[in-house]
Write a protein that binds this ligand. Structure first.
Ligand SMILES: C[S@@+](CC[C@H](N)C(=O)[O-])C[C@H]1O[C@@H](n2cnc3c(N)ncnc32)[C@H](O)[C@@H]1O
Length: 235
């Protein structure tokens, strides 16, 4: 089982980035929400289930969703017997072929998964998340930002698409050409998301956005500054 002391991201088995141990504001709020309510939650794109296990530890009932069955197998193997009655796993593509119970969840974590979706799929994911939440339920999102310094070679395309008025200017369809070292880690087509797109997408799906910003912001000369865009939004 992944220990919370380990801070090195662990690569996924399907070249869909890595599972992180970062405590960004959305993830921290997700865990606090679980601790307070011990309610019913979902972790979409759970990978090996670090967040799911942390949520189970805090007393939540969890649905873990992932595209890759081998990730969920690791989660099930690592899950203490005591927590198993509170864990469901679904292997599939969210939103394309995963159904969540309607008007039932207190919170949904979408951590580092929107990068793999098309704009239409993101809109559908937000609608499905909205439908699955109880009134007052919260969606917690963390996703790759286009402002990460080490991805500066993507900036000209992002800036051009933004200037052209694209709703999702972080669409990159030739990542491997622009950042060859990412070919072993990420698909060639990815969706980076800035705060403006995230806020607009959530609002269009009916959510009330409580917070939306970049993380981390307090490290001016750090390569990892502005790596993530996060949001917390309410149904
Ligand atoms: C970058 S990892 C993120 C893991 C973890 N949530 C985190 O924040 O560290 C992305 C995970 O999402 C899964 N994934 C990607 N697209 C998905 C989709 N459309 N539906 C469900 N899972 C998906 C991948 O298999 C992978 O395990």
């Amino acid at each position: 089982m992944a220990e919370s002391k380990n801070t090195n991201p662990i690569r996924t088995l399907n070249k869909m980035g890595s599972m992180f141990f970062d405590k960004d504001p959305a993830y921290t709020a997700f865990l606090e929400h679980i601790e307070q309510t011990r309610g019913y939650f979902a972790d979409i794109g759970s990978a090996y289930g670090y967040s799911t296990l942390e949520a189970l530890k805090r007393g939540g009932r969890l649905i873990a969703v992932d595209l890759e069955k081998r990730h969920l197998d690791v989660l099930l193997q690592d899950c203490p017997t005591l927590y198993k009655p509170r864990l469901e796993t679904i292997c599939g593509h969210f939103p394309n072929n995963v159904e969540l119970p309607k008007n039932s969840l207190d919170g949904i974590l979408l951590s580092r998964v929107l990068i793999f979706l098309t704009p239409d799929e993101i809109a559908s994911a937000f609608t499905k998340a909205y439908d699955a939440l109880n009134s007052g339920g919260l969606v917690y999102i963390v996703t790759s930002s286009p402002l990460l310094k080490k991805w500066s070679s993507l900036s000209p395309l992002y800036d051009k698409q933004k200037l052209e008025g694209s709703l999702w200017p972080g669409r990159i369809e030739n990542l491997w050409e622009l950042v060859p070292e990412e070919a072993a880690i990420l698909p060639n087509t990815i969706q980076l998301i800035d705060t403006e797109s995230l806020e607009k997408g959530l609002t269009q799906a009916g959510f009330k956005v409580k917070s939306c910003d970049y993380y981390p912001k307090d490290r001016p000369n750090d390569e990892e500054a502005f790596a993530w865009t996060y949001a917390i939004a309410m149904k």
